[in-house]
Ligand binder design. Structure first.
Ligand SMILES: Cc1cc2nc3c(=O)[nH]c(=O)nc-3n(C[C@H](O)[C@H](O)[C@H](O)COP(=O)(O)OP(=O)(O)OC[C@H]3O[C@@H](n4cnc5c(N)ncnc54)[C@H](O)[C@@H]3O)c2cc1C
Length: 379
């Protein structure tokens, strides 16, 4: 799929392709219709090293870099966006936050189980009343002896119910103070920590999205990640990497939709010829492929910069903004190429179309990506 794939990327792409054909492809529509979250798939992905792609080998991870990570997510999303989304959220957000900001003891305690897929991770930043404006969150964490007591609710949390451990950002200071929030590691089963409503979604239906509710939930002070007051700033850094994964997710969905559209356009006959012979259809395919290639270049560029230790605040926002909008446009055109059949669940493009839309919303909407990019231009 890549312009110039490394040997590792080629191997990962093939591994994901084989895995998808065996464990995902046969169940895609069944999971989608019933909104079933196939937890066992993630244990299997763990066996392949894909639940700890960026985690160093000393903590049981695969020890790969961001380009390999992009390849893995795009490969999964080409088959099923939901699996790509859950894998990305687990790796970039929960595991990524611990990897980037936790203490050595916390890393040793949590990373091996997360990287193996034995444990599934969740990450709670968003709240019902604060999404784009996450810095205004209202969930509180109040110090009480050797613990913090959390009260409030997080919503739209990937694996909010099935997650074995969550990184939760809560307010420990004043509203309006970007240093008034702290990140906590909260294990499932902690008294006062419960899952709330599961969302009934347009797309990404096999990826679990639920509320997380905290009622006088005591979390040991030892579970604070980094220092008190650093949680929001840490989260913004986590999102810089996470956005590369959503760009990868977008790429995979767009690629899957393009491949389906190319194949269908060669098979479908109208006016006694394949519809691919109509310039109106062929030009659509050319535009789709060109936009995907541009998105791919932006995404791999951000990935390579991230691996080189450079600041990717602008580049990851650009990759995420462009790739997600391309994904929606490409999936839309793919449905158009399928005509009426594209509007049915008998063909895959209907699902690509629904799944793609999440990419312009999750981990910061397109509007928020533009704010991030503009800020770097105008400062
Ligand atoms: C399937 C799914 C999975 C998710 N997983 C997670 C997760 O695991 N963890 C987590 O913490 N969150 C998660 N989210 C939440 C996601 O990050 C938020 O939905 C997203 O950040 C947008 O917030 P919001 O939904 O509250 O929209 P709002 O912030 O209310 O935005 C509504 C509209 O207003 C626009 N808008 C807002 N502010 C501005 C502005 N300043 N300028 C211009 N336009 C603006 C937005 O772009 C959007 O169009 C998930 C969401 C979904 C749908």
């Amino acid at each position: 799929m890549e312009a110039v794939a490394t040997e590792n990327q080629t191997l990962i792409a093939q591994m994901v392709r084989d895995f998808g054909a065996q464990y995902i492809q046969p169940h895609i529509m069944e999971w989608d219709e019933s909104q079933e979250f196939p937890r066992d798939v993630f244990s299997r992905l763990g066996e392949l090293g894909l639940m700890g792609v960026l985690v160093p080998t000393e903590y049981g991870g695969a020890g790969f870099g961001y380009p390999e990570y992009v390849t893995a997510i795009a490969g999964l999303a080409r088959i099923d966006g939901s699996i790509g989304l859950s894998m990305a959220a687990h790796n970039s957000l929960c595991t990524g936050h611990i990897l980037q900001h936790a203490s050595e003891a916390q890393k040793q305690q949590y990373l091996p189980r997360l990287a193996s897929g034995e444990w599934l991770g969740a990450w709670g930043l968003t709240e019902p009343n604060t999404g784009s404006d996450a810095g205004n969150m209202r969930t509180t964490a109040v110090r009480d002896g050797d613990a913090f007591v959390l009260n409030g609710a997080k919503n739209f949390i990937t694996h909010g119910k099935s997650g074995d451990v969550a990184v939760v950002i809560a307010r420990t200071g004043e509203v309006g103070d970007s240093h008034g929030m702290t990140a906590f590691i909260v294990e499932r089963g902690t008294p006062g920590f419960a899952a709330g409503r599961k969302e009934n979604k347009l797309g990404m239906r096999a990826s679990e999205t639920t509320e997380m509710i905290f009622t006088d939930c005591r979390v040991p002070a030892a579970n604070v990640i980094g220092a008190v007051g650093e949680g929001f700033v840490q989260s913004l850094k986590v999102l810089d990497g996470g956005r590369i994964s959503i760009a990868a997710l977008s790429l995979g969905i767009a690629q899957g939709a393009l491949e389906a559209a190319i194949q269908y356009s060669k098979e479908r006959q109208q006016f006694n010829q394949p519809i691919s012979q109509f310039q109106g259809i062929a030009f659509k395919l050319a535009d789709m492929a060109t936009e995907i290639e541009a998105a791919r270049l932006l995404t791999y560029r951000a990935a390579e910069m991230k691996d080189a230790g450079l600041n990717v605040n602008r580049e990851s926002a650009m990759a995420k903004l462009y790739a997600s909008e391309v994904s929606v446009r490409v999936a839309n055109e793919a449905v158009q190429i399928f005509g009426g059949y594209g509007y049915t669940k008998d063909y895959p493009v209907e699902k690509f179309y629904r799944d793609a839309k999440l990419c312009t919303i999750g981990e910061g909407t397109s509007e928020i990506q533009k704010l991030v990019i503009a800020r770097t231009l105008l400062k």
